[in-house]
Design a protein around this ligand. Structure first.
Ligand code: SF4
Length: 405
C-alpha cells in the first residue's frame, strides 16, 4: 500500500515543486483557463461505456451512501452539483447529448469534468480492419464525408487529459475483466492499460479504480464524493493503494470480515449450497481476495456474496476470471488451511461449547439447580462441567482483587 499518491489540493503546488499560484497556472496552461482548482459549483461527469454489460450502472443507481440523486442535486455539504451525462438516464439524445462531450474535448466546456469509464477497452484497430468497431458513442464526419462511429476508447483518449479525474468502474474497466479473459479476441484491457502509468489528470490525479463485477455501488459514490471534496480543496485526498483502489474499501480480504469466518476458524465447513458454515470447500476464494462486500453488503447494507450463500470468485481482483477458474473447484491452498482448522477445531469447539453452556446460566438457576424456561430443555451443568469451570474460573480470577470479580 502506498501513502496518498497525491497531496491535498492546498499542497499540490508543493508536490510539483511549484507555488499554489504557479500550479494553478500550470493546470490552466494544460487545460485552458476554464479549469481551476476548486471550489467548484458544479462538475460534469461523462459516463463512457465500453465493452460493458451495464451492471456497473445498475449497481451505482442502487447506491445509498451517498445516492446518485444526492450527488446530482448538490445536497451533500461542500460537494459540487454533479451533472451526470449517462446514456441510460439522460433525456437528451443525438447532438444534444453529444455536444457537452465535444465541448469538453475541445476545452470549451467552461466547467471542470470527471470521466467515468465502464466496461473493457477493446483494441479498436482490430475491428477497424474490417471497417467496424467494438463499442462507440456518437458519430461524426470522417475525412471522406461519411459518418463514422466514434469508439468509446477514442472518447477516453480525448477527454482524459483535460479531466479533473478519471475513474474506472467495475472489473472490466479497471483490469480488463471478462472480455479480457483467456482468448481475448477483442484485445480488451483496462483504463490504466490504455492511458499508461504516467497518466495524470489535469489536477494531477492518476486513474482511480473501483473494481467489482458488479462493484458495490456505494464504493463508487462514496469515492466520487471523497474525490470531489479533495478537488474542492476542503478535504485531503483519500488514501489509495498501489493499484489506485480506495484503500479503506479494498485494504482487507473478504474473509476477514465475512460472517462465516468464525466457522472457518472452528474448522466447520459447508458441504453443499444452503449450509450456513464457511464455504471454502465449495470454492470460496475469500481469504485471498481484496473486497468489502461481506461487511458492506451489495445494496443498502443488504446481500453480498457470502451473506447470501454464494462463494467468492475473486471478481474484484486483476487476475479475475482466469486465475480463479474453474469456479466450482475449491482453491488448492484451502486444503492445507482447512485441514489445519479442522484439527485445531477438534479441541477448540468442545471447550467453547462447555463455556457457552455455562454462560447461558444465571447464578440463581445454579442455586436452584433448574432453569425456569418453558421453551425447552435447558442445559443443566453436569459434574464434569462444574469441575472444568472450577479450574477455568480460578484462572480467570487469578491476579484480580475480590472487588473486581
Ligand atoms: Fe472466508 Fe469464504 Fe469461508 Fe467466508 S465463506 S469465511 S470468505 S472462506
Amino acid at each position: 500500500m502506498v501513502e496518498a499518491v497525491i497531496q491535498p489540493a492546498h499542497q499540490v503546488g508543493n508536490v510539483a515543486g511549484l507555488s499554489q499560484e504557479t500550479w494553478a497556472d500550470a493546470v490552466a496552461a494544460r487545460t485552458g483557463p476554464a479549469t481551476k482548482i476548486g471550489p467548484f459549483e458544479s462538475v460534469h461527469v461523462f459516463w463512457l461505456a465500453g465493452m460493458s454489460c451495464d451492471g456497473c450502472s445498475i449497481a451505482v443507481l442502487g447506491a445509498t451512501s451517498p445516492t446518485v440523486e444526492s450527488l446530482m442535486t448538490g445536497s451533500l455539504p461542500a460537494v459540487p452539483i454533479v451533472y451526470l451525462h449517462h446514456t441510460a438516464i439522460q433525456l437528451e439524445a443525438g447532438d444534444a447529448y453529444m455536444e457537452p462531450m465535444r465541448r469538453a474535448a475541445a476545452g470549451t466546456l467552461g466547467a471542470p469534468y470527471v470521466v467515468v469509464y465502464e466496461g473493457s477497452i477493446a483494441d479498436e484497430t482490430l475491428a477497424d480492419r474490417t471497417g467496424g468497431y467494438w463499442s462507440a458513442i456518437g458519430e461524426e464526419a470522417a475525412a471522406d464525408g461519411s459518418l463514422r462511429q466514434v469508439p468509446s476508447a477514442e472518447w477516453l483518449s480525448r477527454l482524459a487529459p483535460g479531466a479533473a479525474a478519471v475513474i474506472a468502474i467495475g472489473t472490466c474497466a479497471t483490469w480488463g475483466g471478462i472480455p479480457a479473459a483467456f482468448g481475448n479476441v477483442t484485445g480488451s484491457m483496462g483504463v490504466m492499460d490504455l492511458l499508461g502509468a504516467d497518466y495524470r489528470s489535469a489536477l494531477g490525479v492518476p486513474v482511480v479504480n473501483i473494481p467489482g463485477c458488479a462493484p458495490v455501488g456505494d464504493n463508487f459514490t462514496e469515492t466520487v464524493a471523497a474525490v470531489l471534496l479533495f478537488l474542492q480543496g476542503v478535504a485531503p485526498l483519500p488514501e489509495f493503494d498501489e493499484l489506485g483502489r480506495p484503500a479503506w474499501q479494498f485494504g482487507e480480504t473478504v474473509h476477514r470480515n465475512c460472517p462465516r469466518a468464525g466457522f472457518y476458524e472452528e474448522g466447520t465447513f459447508a458441504e453443499q449450497y444452503g449450509d450456513h458454515q464457511c464455504l471454502v470447500e465449495l470454492g470460496c476464494w475469500g481469504p485471498v481476495v481484496n473486497c468489502n462486500i461481506a461487511s458492506r453488503g451489495a445494496i443498502n447494507h443488504v446481500g453480498g456474496c457470502m451473506n447470501a450463500g454464494g462463494v467468492c470468485i475473486g471478481c474484484t481482483m486483476p487476475g479475475f476470471p482466469d486465475r480463479f477458474a474453474p469456479f466450482y473447484k475449491k482453491p488448492p491452498g484451502s486444503t492445507f488451511s482447512a485441514t489445519g482448522a479442522k484439527l485445531t477445531g477438534l479441541f477448540i469447539r468442545p471447550l467453547r461449547r462447555v463455556s457457552e453452556r455455562d454462560r447461558k446460566r444465571t447464578a440463581l438457576w445454579d442455586q436452584r439447580g433448574e432453569t425456569p424456561s418453558p421453551w425447552g430443555a435447558a442445559h443443566e451443568n453436569t459434574f464434569i462441567d462444574r469441575l472444568v469451570h472450577i479450574g477455568y474460573d480460578w484462572i480467570r480470577h487469578s491476579g484480580t482483587s475480590a472487588k473486581d470479580r
